[in-house]
Design a protein around this ligand. Structure first.
Ligand SMILES: [Fe+2]
Length: 171
């Protein structure tokens, strides 16, 4: 629910379809508590976002792809701007639409997040007037943290950061 409030605030600030953003925010972690075997099943049943080989090596992002399938199959959501936002809310993706960018930013900065420096990150990112720049800042921080911890970085996150750098001219 923390993500929901912030995502809708971002939708209002950036002139997005608030209902689409709200739907994506309510759905994004719907499958998070499911065991990994169930998430694999849901991903395999889905038709919109088939997991790649690389996705299969990153179980932390499976719940997004699984929730996108649940959104369509159980709730009849057919808006691909919403479903892609849900599918890729953990990793981001090159070409992600504005609803996806808003969810990506809101998920990182939602009010119950308590990581070191979160207050400063909120001040720096939530005040940006360009949502693409805000998403780029989130992607950069995620990449930095993953690399510092020597964890595997998903190619979608890197691809999104490079795409947003081109889009915003922020090298
Ligand atoms: Fe999530």
């Amino acid at each position: 629910m923390g993500v929901e409030g912030l995502a809708v605030a971002l939708a209002c600030r950036h002139g997005l379809d608030a209902e689409g953003v709200l739907t994506a925010a309510l759905l994004h972690d719907y499958a998070k508590a499911e065991p990994q075997e169930r998430l694999r099943e849901l991903m395999e049943q889905g038709t919109d976002y088939k997991p790649t080989e690389e996705d299969l090596r990153h179980p932390a992002m499976w719940h997004g792809i699984a929730a996108a399938h649940v959104g369509r199959s159980e709730y009849g959501i057919d808006d691909l701007r919403v479903l892609e936002a849900v599918a890729y809310h953990t990793t981001g993706n090159e070409g992600l639409g504005p609803i996806g960018l808003a969810l990506y930013v809101a998920d990182y900065l939602e009010p119950t997040r308590g990581f070191n420096g979160v207050e400063q990150a909120r001040r720096e990112i939530l005040t940006l007037t360009d949502l693409r720049q805000a998403a780029l800042e989130v992607a950069r921080r995620k990449i930095d943290k993953i690399q510092r911890k020597n964890q595997p970085l998903h190619g979608r996150t890197l691809a999104m950061a490079r795409w947003l750098e081109r889009e915003t001219g922020k090298k």
